[in-house]
Design a protein around this ligand. Structure first.
Ligand code: NFE
Ligand code: MG
Length: 573
């Protein structure tokens, strides 16, 4: 049997993703990843005031709601050499860190857990045994037999009414589900708890950025003044709220997310030898203690790891024209000079050219173009970005807490260090970095309070606000670590307006198609690593590995229609 399996759309992700897998018997031999939706925010940005770009760019995505805003203002600040006050740096770190903790917990429970947790099996659980299990793992207070009996009743109500709702249409009862009923009930209960928790912790963005999703930003700082005596500024009461939110975040991570990850992973150790993919990892670095121009002060270091070799961290230059480049050999785009050669984002082009089959169609023509994503490469290498890349970079650079957490995880699960390079390792890395970043929020908060106590309340630097203070031509890159991986926006400014704007996004790195040299992207390579499907009609194995990357295709295919026609025309100036 040598059939081609199609999963389209992949659900429990953001955006529109299609996977085609060529089978060799029950084993995946080759896979193709296709972004089936096109956007055009890079086109919309041309000709605008760079100070406004963030407000458009953040609409690239509603999931990583602030990261494109932050990357955008950093791009402008980098281009103009525009320093920001220390408090603004700390508040940006807190906002991005809050995004991570929120996003990763949501991903684990609401997008990924159901690949491993059988909701229907939870109905078989004994609440008392579930309580004993939960109390053996953590001191989370919601763990009594009565609590789990209530949760089971609630779930039974959903199932009996035939209203599985959010839990409908999954592969319940599939033999690949390995958790005992009690672990399933515990995880489903935490799924419901996480929904309430996330609503409360999202308020941190509203405090510093006015709203969530899509909090506000400003080139030159943050748009929230600090004045302890004012009702309409960051005052003592709001700062106390921020402290409460940080504490709630960390408690949930320590008492629920970390123990659940370890408990569930214990039943799926075989996923520690599957789904690696490229073995090449890239980070841009982020969370500066001082400024973006002081990489030594970043919590997450920048660098590249090739072929799993953790002993060498290669330097990455965001500005070098021969390092980060985007290929389009298999993408529905054209470049002025044809489809073969890649472009650095400063010279990047967004020219839509759909040549795929007319829908409805059975298969993509994978010999030609087959995705709306481009194929970013670093020095020609396909690279994985995201939590696993960051944890490996922290580990390789000797970060003490990471070493300790990784050691504890490998020890508890009794798996070798190579198991990090896998679907299981990717999911575990996301949990571990949530703890690391969540814990560091307290340090940034304490530093912010210390600054305020010392009399420094500045959050905005107006020095370079007016375009007549800018050079006639400038270009810069705003980079960061978004929850799904390294994100960068490149901007070219001329006469005070945007001449070119290119975003290269984490899910583009991971979900992109093959390049001119036929090298697959990270999803494609990961699926080709040791995946045997129990039942090609219910390919939960594909979902496990794809979800381990936490896809966001809206980000990756950053409003035009498939023919490339303009849908809106907005007059500028
Ligand atoms: Ni739309 Fe995003 C993140 C960015 S995606 S979620 O994290 O940038 O790849
Ligand atoms: Mg782009």
């Amino acid at each position: 049997m040598s059939e081609r399996i199609v999963v389209d759309p992949i659900t429990r992700i953001e955006g529109h993703l299609r996977i085609e897998a060529q089978m060799d018997g029950n084993r995946i031999a080759q896979a193709w990843s296709s972004g089936t939706m096109v956007r055009g925010i890079e086109i919309i940005l041309r000709g605008r005031d760079p100070r406004d770009a963030w407000a458009f760019a953040r609409r690239i995505c509603g999931v990583c709601t602030l990261v494109h805003g932050l990357a955008s203002i950093r791009a402008v600040e980098n281009a103009l050499d525009y320093p920001i006050p220390p408090n603004a740096q700390l508040i940006r770190n807190l906002m991005n860190a809050a995004q991570y903790v929120h996003d990763h917990v949501m991903h684990f429970y609401h997008l990924h857990a159901l690949d491993w947790v059988d909701v229907v099996s939870a109905l078989e659980a004994d609440p008392k045994a579930t309580s004993e299990l939960a109390q053996s793992l953590s001191n989370y207070p919601k763990s009594s037999p009565g609590y789990f009996a209530d949760m089971k009743k609630k779930l039974k109500g959903f199932v009996e009414a035939g209203q599985l709702g959010i839990f409908a249409k999954a592969y319940w009862g599939h033999p690949a589900y390995k958790l005992p009923a009690e672990a399933n009930l515990m995880a489903v209960s935490h799924y419901l708890e996480a929904l309430t928790w996330q609503r409360d912790v999202a308020r941190l963005h509203a405090i510093f950025g006015g709203k969530n999703p899509h909090p506000n930003f400003v080139v030159g700082g943050v748009p929230c003044p600090i004045d302890l005596d004012s009702d309409s500024a960051i005052n003592a009461e709001r700062l106390a709220q921020v402290q409460t939110i940080i504490t709630r975040m960390r408690e949930f991570v320590d008492q629920v997310y970390v123990p659940d990850t370890l408990a569930i992973a214990g039943f799926y150790k075989d996923w520690g030898s599957r789904g690696e993919g490229l073995g090449n990892f890239l980070t841009y670095g982020d969370f500066p203690e001082k400024g973006m121009d002081d990489p030594a002060s970043y919590l997450i270091p920048a660098g590249a790891i090739l072929n799993r070799d953790l002993s060498t961290i290669h330097e990455v230059d965001m500005n070098a024209s021969d390092e980060i480049q985007e290929y389009i050999a298999h993408s529905w785009y054209d470049y002025e000079d044809g489809k073969e050669l890649p472009l650095h984002p400063y010279a990047g082009e967004t020219r839509l050219n759909y040549t795929g089959p007319e829908p409805p169609y059975q298969h993509l023509d994978v010999e030609q173009s087959y995705s709306w994503l481009k194929s970013p490469r670093w020095k020609g290498h396909a690279m994985e970005v995201g939590p696993l890349a960051r944890v490996l970079m922290l580990y390789a650079s000797g970060h003490a807490q990471t070493r300790e957490l990784v050691g504890m995880t490998l020890n508890k699960l009794d798996i070798p260090v190579e198991a990090l390079f896998s679907t299981l390792g990717r999911t575990a890395a996301r949990t571990l970095e949530t703890k690391i970043i969540g814990d560091t929020m307290q340090t940034w908060y304490d530093n912010l309070i210390a600054n305020i106590k010392a009399g420094d309340t500045k959050t905005f630097n107006e020095a370079l606000w007016e375009p007549d203070s800018w050079p006639r031509q400038a270009r810069g890159v705003g980079f960061m670590e978004a929850p799904r991986g390294g994100l960068a926006h490149w901007i070219v400014i001329e006469d005070g307006i945007i001449k070119n704007y290119q975003a290269v996004v984490p899910s583009t790195w991971n979900a992109g198609p093959r390049d001119t040299n036929g090298q697959p992207g990270a999803y494609e390579a990961a699926l080709a690593d040791n995946h045997v499907l129990h039942d090609p009609q219910q390919p939960v194995e594909i979902l496990r590995t794809i979800h381990s990357f936490d896809p966001c295709i809206a980000c990756a295919v950053h409003v035009t229609d498939p023919q490339g026609e303009e849908l809106v025309k907005v007059k500028v100036r």
